[in-house]
Every structure is written in structure tokens, then in C-alpha cells.
Design a protein around this ligand. Structure first.
Ligand code: MTE
Ligand code: MO
Length: 377
């Protein structure tokens, strides 16, 4: 992976795990552009980066489809066969802001799964490809009883002495509404190797884990995939479940990302000299077909809230985050706790404290993001 990290990524990424490679960008660049530059986009890998020759590449469509087919990249890119689709879509890892949960209580501690992310395992890109729905239609549609599609990545990872492929599944009802894209372009460039070259899935509004990279096979199936990534990882356990009673069967499989947000500037523990005014910047996102409509920040841990003016929020792309900024009046000196909460268009908002978001595998830290700063007025 390092060959590609050096080639494709900004030099100052935070390397959250060295192998498998996981990295996130520094905060100032995370919120500097509403479409994240490819070199700044977070990377989340379970294993290595497979070498795929695009000339020899095939995508196999099989399982419970009426006419199984083998397609080349040229087939997928042939606009006589498939209309091209471009969408601005955010990917967010369900581990974003995991550090806040780790600071409460470290939970499962499986490092392969539980990368210690800060606020940067999210970004937005302009993805180009074809809707998976059109590809399945081209194969005569799914057979009766097929309710899910299984996505196979060409990378492998080790766990407890065994080698696995990266395999996940997505329900057909998600595919049917054109919210699963098979993408070969990221921001107008061929997919970078680290992001799944030559082909990946992009599943809008779901946790990043379902957006399978290095995609080479798709199967129509009846029930969700039995593969370990689908069955055993990305489970949400209620707070009373821990070391003594965690079983795969009592975790929920996480699909939609809930509404969440973060303050990126200033940074936790910054000392800020100001003349009665301070600028906050951050991101806000909601998955599951929702989008942020209202962002509020508090300078005192949540007693008084200021609403971010809508004109200070970036474009409303329906499947992407919105960046925001606000100038807050600020009198007090000393340590202050700033926090942010976002509302989406279904009027969902965020839990107040991280304690109520805590779960054994430390996924979806959706609580109000809180930072401490030292104010010098
Ligand atoms: N696909 C494959 N084949 N292997 C992986 O390890 N990681 C998943 C997903 N797709 C992964 C994968 C996870 S957990 C996330 S959050 C996203 O890819 C991250 O996408 P990115 O690395 O392009 O940012
Ligand atoms: Mo992820």
C-alpha cells in the first residue's frame, strides 16, 4: 500500500493504521473544499491494494440473475449499453470520530476493525459510472426471490489465521432507486488505486463499508451475504452489550448513516486570542436519503445555541455533506466547551453526550461533537 500512499496521497495525512493502510487528512484541508480532493480523501482498507490490469479486467454478474454476464470496462463505459451517471456523494466510515468512544471505554479493541479515527473519515467526491440497476436489468433482472446483491472485492485480508476476500451485500430495494453506482471515475480522474481502481461500488447514504472497492463480481442472492464483513463486522450493539455478552446474533447490521457533524476549526485544546468574535468551521452530514437542514453551535457546552445561517452552509447536494462556518460573539475568558448539533430534513438530530452513542464495536459516533478551547479576550 505504501507505494500508492506516497504516490496518491498528500504527505501530511494522518496514518491511522499502517497496515492495513488507513489514513485521514488534516482538518484544515478537510473543510477547505466541499468536494474533497482525491489526495485528501480518507482511505479505509482491510488488507492490501490489489494490482488489477484494466485491460484484463472483468466484472462477472452471476447468482440469481436471469442472464449471467461477464462485462469488460469498455462494456460498462459503452453509452449505447448504459447511460452514464455522475453524482456528488459523501462516503463516511462508520468508524468516524471513534476516538471519542475509545476515550469513554475502549470496547472490542479489534484493531483491524476499529481504526482510531478522528473527524476525518468522511469526504465528498464526484463519482462517475453506471447505476447497478441498469447493469442488472441488462442481465435480464434478478430471479424471483432474490432480494440482495453481493459485492466482491479483489483484496484479501487476514483474520485469526485465515484469508478472506472483502465481500458485502446491499438490498435490491436500494439498488432499485439508483442509489448504487458502479464508479470508475473520482472527481474526473480514473479511480486512484487506493480507492478501488479500476471499479468500485458507491452506495449513497450507507456506511462506507458497503461501497466495495476493487469490485470484480456481483451475485444476486436471497438473504444478506454470509461473508464475515457483512455478518460479523459493522454491527451495532446496544449499550448494555459488552465483553461478556456480545454475540454476532445480538448486533444490528448497520446500513444508513445517521445525522452527525463535527467542529473542525478551531481544534480541541487550542488557545485562541480574539477580540470578542471567533469563527467556527465544520461539516454536517446525514445518510439514508436525508440531508442536513440546520446546524447549531454552542459556546458553553449546550446551554445557549446559535444557528448557522443557511447562506453559510455549502451546496445542498442530496447525497453529500454540507460544510458550514459561523462567527460567534464571545466574551468569557478561560476554558470553554464548544459543541455542534445538526438536524436533517427528517428532523432527526444528534444525541447530546457520547455516552448514549457508545457501543461495543465503537461504530457511528453520532453524538454532539464537543471540543475544549482556551479563550483569551
Ligand atoms: N472495499 C474493499 N474491497 N476493501 C475494503 O477494505 N473498506 C470499506 C469500503 N470498501 C473496503 C472496501 C470501508 S470500511 C470504507 S469506510 C470505504 O471503503 C472507504 O472508502 P475509501 O477508502 O475510498 O475512502
Ligand atoms: Mo468503514
Amino acid at each position: 500500500s505504501w507505494k500508492y500512499v506516497l504516490k496518491e496521497k498528500a504527505a501530511d495525512m494522518t496514518h491511522v493504521l499502517q497496515f492495513p493502510y488507513n489514513g485521514e487528512p488534516p482538518g484544515d484541508r478537510l473543510v477547505s473544499t466541499e468536494i474533497t480532493r482525491n489526495e485528501d480523501f480518507f482511505v479505509r482498507n482491510h488488507g492490501g491494494v490489489p494490482e488489477i490490469d484494466p485491460e484484463k479486467f472483468y466484472l462477472d454478474i452471476e447468482g440469481l440473475v436471469n442472464n449471467p454476464k461477464r462485462l469488460t470496462l469498455a462494456d460498462l463505459q459503452n453509452e449505447e449499453l448504459f447511460p452514464r451517471q455522475t453524482n456528488v456523494v459523501s462516503l463516511q466510515c462508520s468508524g468516524t470520530r471513534r476516538l471519542e468512544q475509545i476515550h469513554q471505554y475502549p470496547g472490542d479493541g479489534d484493531e483491524l476493525i476499529n481504526a482510531p479515527w478522528a473527524e476525518g473519515a468522511i469526504g465528498a467526491a464526484r463519482w462517475t459510472g453506471v447505476s447497478l440497476k441498469k447493469v442488472i436489468k441488462y442481465c435480464g433482472g434478478l430471479k424471483d426471490g432474490a432480494m440482495h446483491v453481493e459485492l466482491f472485492g479483489a483484496d484479501t485480508y487476514f483474520k485469526k489465521g485465515k484469508v478472506y476476500n472483502y465481500v458485502v451485500s446491499v438490498p435490491w430495494r436500494k439498488v432499485k432507486i439508483n442509489e448504487v453506482l458502479l464508479a470508475w471515475e473520482m472527481n474526473g480522474e480514473p479511480l486512484p488505486k487506493l480507492h478501488g481502481f479500476p471499479l468500485r461500488a458507491v452506495v449513497f447514504g450507507y456506511i462506507g463499508a458497503r461501497s466495495c472497492k476493487w469490485l470484480y463480481k456481483i451475485r444476486g442472492i436471497k438473504d444478506p451475504s454470509e461473508a464475515p464483513v457483512q455478518r460479523k463486522e459493522y454491527l451495532y450493539y446496544t449499550p448494555q452489550i459488552g465483553k461478556q455478552n456480545a454475540m454476532y446474533s445480538n448486533g444490528f447490521s448497520i446500513q444508513d448513516m445517521p445525522v452527525s457533524s463535527a467542529i473542525i476549526s478551531p481544534k480541541d485544546m487550542d488557545v485562541i486570542t480574539h477580540d470578542g468574535k471567533i469563527k467556527l468551521k465544520g461539516w454536517a452530514y446525514s445518510g439514508g436519503g436525508h440531508w442536513p437542514i440546520r446546524v447549531e453551535v454552542s459556546p458553553d457546552g449546550g446551554a445557549i445555541w446559535y444557528e448557522v445561517p443557511t447562506e453559510n452552509m455549502s451546496t445542498k447536494y442530496y447525497y453529500a455533506w454540507r460544510l458550514w462556518e459561523i462567527d460567534l460573539p464571545l466574551d468569557p475568558e478561560g476554558w470553554l466547551e464548544f459543541c455542534v448539533r445538526t438536524w436533517d430534513n427528517a428532523l432527526n438530530t444528534q444525541p447530546t453526550y457520547v455516552r448514549s452513542a457508545w457501543n461495543w464495536d465503537l461504530h457511528v459516533t453520532s453524538s454532539c461533537h464537543r471540543i475544549k478551547i482556551y479563550s483569551v479576550n
